[in-house]
Every structure is written in C-alpha cells, then in structure tokens.
Write a protein that binds this ligand. Sequence first.
Ligand code: C2E
Ligand code: SIN
Ligand code: SIN
Ligand code: SIN
Ligand code: FE
Ligand code: FE
Length: 521
Amino acid sequence: MDVKSNENPDDELVFVEEDSISEDAAAAFEKKALWKILIVDDEEDVHEITRITLKGYSFDNRGVQLLSAYSGDEVKEMLKKEHDIALILLDVVMEKDDTGLDLVEHIRKDLKNSTVRIVLRTGQPGKAPEQEVITKYDINDYKTKPEFTAQKLYTSVTACLRAYNNLKTIERNNQGLQSIIRSTAIIFKNQSFSRFASQVLIHLIELLRLDSNADISSAYLVGMPKNSIFIMSGTGRYADKIGMELGNSMPRNVVDYYLKFQKNGGETFLADEYIGVFKTREGFSSLLYLSGCADLRRTERHLLRIYANNIAIGFDNISLAREIINTQKEVILTLGEIVETRSQETANHVTRVAEACYLLANKYGMDENTTEMLRLASPMHDVGKIGVPEAILNKPGRLTDVEFEIIKHHAETGYEILRKSNRPIMQTAAIVALQHHERWDGMGYPQGLSGENIHIFGRIAAIADVFDALSHKRCYKEAWSIEKIIDYYKSESGNHFDANLVTLFLMHVDEFVSINKIFPD
Ligand code: C2E
Ligand code: SIN
Ligand code: SIN
Ligand code: SIN
Ligand code: FE
Ligand code: FE
C-alpha cells in the first residue's frame, strides 16, 4: 500500500535544519537519552518513509532513536531487549489480519506495560474499524495510512512523547517517594552508625536509579566538625577508603566546599558531582558526595536534597518514633513544594493550607491525633499536578475546557501516587488529594460525591484550599478582599461547601486570616 498516495503537498515533509541547532543545545542533546520509537510494519516502504519524516525530529531537547520490527514475533523479541520504548507505531495487518491488535493485548496484559504509547496505523480500516478498536483496545491514537501525513505524524508523535514523559515523571516520583519512606524507616531502625552509613549510600543510589551507572562513586563522611570527618561508607572509587580522613581521601574541591559549608551547612551541584554538608542537632557534621551523576533531572535533584537532609536528621537517632514523624513531615512538605515550585507558587501555600486544615479540623472537634494527621497530609493535596503540563499549570489567563479537563486529572493522579503507601499519613494524604475538589452539592470532581459521602478530610481541605486560592494572587487571578471572600463562603454554604464547616470557618475567620500573615507569599 502506498502511504503517501493521498498526501496533500502542503503537508510535505518537515525537516528540522540541523545547523540551526546551537552548539550548546547540541551538546545537551547528545548527553540526553533518545526517545525510543518502534516502527512496526511488514512493508519496508513504511519504515523508510517514517525514518525520513522523523529525521531531525526532537521533543524536549531529546532526539529519537528509531527501531524497526517487521512481524509480531520480532516485536516480542524487541520488547524483551528494549525496556524503555516510548512509542510504538503499529501496523494492524501483518502475518494475520489482527497481528497488531494481538500485540496491543500482549503489551498491555501480558507485559503489563501501560506506559508505552501505541499509535495504530492501518492501511485497511475495514479490518479494524476505528470506533471498535478505540473502545476495545488500550491504544493512544488511530490513523489510517492515507490520512497519516507528515504533519499529522509529527503532531501524534509529539502528543504521545509528552504523555509518556508525564507518565514517567509520575512513576519516578512515586518510586522516589516510596524509596524515601522505606529507607527512612530502615535507617531509623538501624542503631549502628556504620550500617546506617552504608545504607545511606545504597538507598541513595537506588533512589536516584543510578545503580546501572558504572561511573558512579559516592562517599558519606561523618565526624565532629572541630576534629575531622571520616569516610563511614563509600562506593566506586571510595569503596576501599572507609575510615580515611577527609583531606587524605577526597578531591581538593570537595575539601574546599566542606570548609565553606561547614558552619551553616550547604550543598552544590557541579557538572557531574553533588556535594552536600549537613549539621545534625547533636553537632555532628556530615558530608554526602556523589560523582558521575551528570544527568540528574530536577525531580531527582529534589529527591536527593530531601534525602540528604533527612539522613542528617537520622543520624541523631535519639527518639525513634518522634524522628520518623518529623522526617515524614519534612518529606511531605518538600514533596508538596516540588509541585508548588512547578506551578510558580510559594512554598508557603502548602503550609497555609495545612495550617488552615488543622485549624478547621480543630474547631470541628476532631480528635487531636486525626487533626495532626490531616495537618501532615494536606500539603500533598496537589501532588498530582506533577502530571499536568507546565504550560497549562502556569497559563496566565483562563483555561479552555480541554485544559481544565486535563487539570482535573490532578485529583486522581495524586491519589494514585499516594495510596500505594500503607502509612497512615499517606493514606490520609491520598483521601485529601482525591476529594479536595468535590463539592457538597455533588457538582465537584473527580467522583461527583455529595454531602457526607465526601470524607470529612475532603470537605475541610476544600474550604482551606479555596480560601488560600482566593486570598492570594495566582497566575490567572488577583487576590480577593476578605469581604468578598466572606460573601463567597456565605453564598456557597450548602452548595460548594459543607454548611456546618462554613459556619465554623466564618465564626473564626480572623484566625484563618492570621495564617496568611504568618506565612506570606
Ligand atoms: P487553585 O488555583 O489552587 O484553586 C483552587 C480552587 O480555588 C479552585 O478549584 C476553585 O474552586 C477556587 N478558586 C480559585 N480561584 C477562583 C476564582 O477566581 N473564583 C472562584 N469562584 N473560585 C476560585 P478548581 O476550579 O477546581 O481549579 C483547580 C486548579 O486548576 C486551580 O488550583 C488552578 O491550579 C487551576 N485553574 C483553575 N482555573 C484556572 C484558570 O483559569 N487558569 C489557570 N492557569 N489555572 C486554573
Ligand atoms: C525536628 O523538628 O525534630 C526536626 C525537623 C523535621 O524533621 O521536621
Ligand atoms: C497550586 O496551584 O499548585 C496550588 C493550588 C491549590 O492548592 O490547589
Ligand atoms: C474525626 O472526626 O475525628 C474522624 C474523622 C474521620 O476519619 O472521618
Ligand atoms: Fe487541587
Ligand atoms: Fe491547592
């Protein structure tokens, strides 16, 4: 079949001019992994034309690596070897009329790969009618070959890579979160300093998923700052240097940074090194060093910082239970901040929502433990926004309906991220994430729950979150006066919000306003 037969000349192949890429961009480009796209078709022509079309294509500064398979069996072989394929352009009719559809089932059900994006391309739509295929099979786009022009291929590939990237970000964050929680718990159970120190590095490398990186070296040094600090554990180049003193074992620049940061703590990311210096409450000084970590992404850098800060606290290890709670608290606040940072809002937003939830739960008469739990959990209510493209999140004006539909996913995305942990704080956070946009009258999202079917946590968080949104400037709106806010709550009592909670909120509105004063933008 001739792929290009119906093509409109205006849709001629689009090339990115290679020499238009600046040198810096080219260098950055080379370092980043390529998006892997698998072309599946039994006709060589289709492979060729796809390769020509996607030559020079890039998304998010990353180019593409095109893989080819010509039959169902070849696809299965390929999927055994390549674990990070982002997109499959899949022909339907190959050995059999439905080889492509079988492959979709194999990928989604047998391999349980729900991340790879699949675009079905068919030359014979009669054999796989669009309506039927889209509803029955978990695919991401459907195109007949004649309509699949160069421009449409570009659009489809870009949409798929963006979605894949978002899914991966969520996955990474999720793993990072789990890993932090797990390692914090293990670390705190561990009384011995040296085991503690080696687990720090093992978990750190696991957390950042650097285990497969042969160039990675790391060291964790501890001591009293007045004397010196010593390598407690090491990997790579430092594996055989345990017990050695800082000046005798580490590169000169690390020693310099240590001296610079020694007094107040501090950290730096160099080209492919991380150096962090931390002081514990007990007065110990510790240094965490990583080299060979050139392409850490922003989320991974955040995780590294959270982790590094937590191990400093961990070292004191005096009152176990208290510390675990405090550490989780910090992890939660910082993870909340990752999302806030992305949406260009101040870190104080999550703190204010947490304090307002605490205050309202308290007025409501919730028991102290549950109230404290809600305070710890509520900073994560918008963690699902990590899955929303920044262009939408930070759009200065009103959202279109389509964009708002995308934002609405943040409730369920957050729930999916948080619910996997059994810890009570996380379970609470999952409920808050899922239900903070439900409305008392049932017109909210994602589930359209109404009245007391909405968990008390969700009803409280709704009041706290909206109060914070209205009383501050957002990228898309000005701050409201307190009079206007009070009128709004009066009119939404029993509509958006639980009337009993609104009564409590209005009765004590001054206390809510003072939260804004204590934690300003
Ligand atoms: P957010 O900015 O934190 O707002 C939280 C909630 O506060 C909103 O949930 C809404 O219930 C309330 N709210 C905020 N601003 C206003 C307002 O000007 N008038 C009224 N009546 N209520 C307001 P909602 O609507 O479900 O939005 C969820 C999130 O979606 C928002 O969180 C924000 O991140 C984003 N968003 C909503 N509308 C827009 C928009 O027009 N432009 C942009 N860029 N983002 C928007
Ligand atoms: C503490 O207050 O005990 C340490 C700070 C924290 O982990 O939140
Ligand atoms: C944010 O926009 O990231 C925070 C707003 C909210 O609490 O919903
Ligand atoms: C309470 O009101 O103290 C319990 C809140 C809940 O879990 O529903
Ligand atoms: Fe939200
Ligand atoms: Fe919020």
